[in-house]
Design a binder for this molecule. Sequence first.
Ligand code: DX5
Ligand code: ZN
Length: 235
Amino acid sequence: MSDTPTSPPPTPNGRRAIDLAPSILSADFADLKSELRRLERAGCTWIHLDVMDGHFVPNLTFGAPVVKALRRVSRRLYFDAHLMVEAPWTLIDDFAKAGVQSITVHAEACPDLPKVLRQIRRLGLRAGVSIKPKTPLRVLDPHLGDVDLILIMSVEPGFGGQELIPATLNKVRRLELNRQRHGYAFRLQIDGGINVETAPLAVAAGADVLVAGSAVFQGGTVATNVKRLRAAVGG
Ligand code: DX5
Ligand code: ZN
């Protein structure tokens, strides 16, 4: 199984490798096998799995059994699971067995976040933490050295096709400054409303993993949409 495609430290001109993480939330759920093939043919290495429980967010998507089936379809893609669920610690083992490589939980759903991050890492997976737009960045301060990925939600979690909330880019900027100042190794991921217009803004703020659902799966072929997004960030 491919390990996390971690980005190398910034090159002398300060540029980081940028990864695109297509969110299958906007894919054709009646044809996910073909959608994964399209992502692979378009040269994508990540897939972002938006798991929603209908409680933490007002939408219900899919669980570990679906991820297990997708794992059989693609051995190559890096499965980046975003758990928008209550009590995520009750589901982590199932998603690990289903074959994900990374699990991101919401700080708002974890009274004991360090314990949950340890649980993920003990399973040999990359551990990520996410915060909603209204959650202050300071809640992440004690954990910056203990995560492999930080996911800044640039929309209210629950649905694709929303507009990016510009103020969330300030969180990305502040995190990037902190990462540079302290040499943290976490990937900086942004999720929600990422398209050819907003992707360059997110990268300029410091994001190096871009989640995009509707910008990849809607309004054109996956191949052309991926190409346009890559071109928008100089990829
Ligand atoms: C929202 C999800 C996002 C969403 C992104 O709760 O976490 O990943 O699918 O969709 P777009 O790119 O359409 O905003
Ligand atoms: Zn997501």
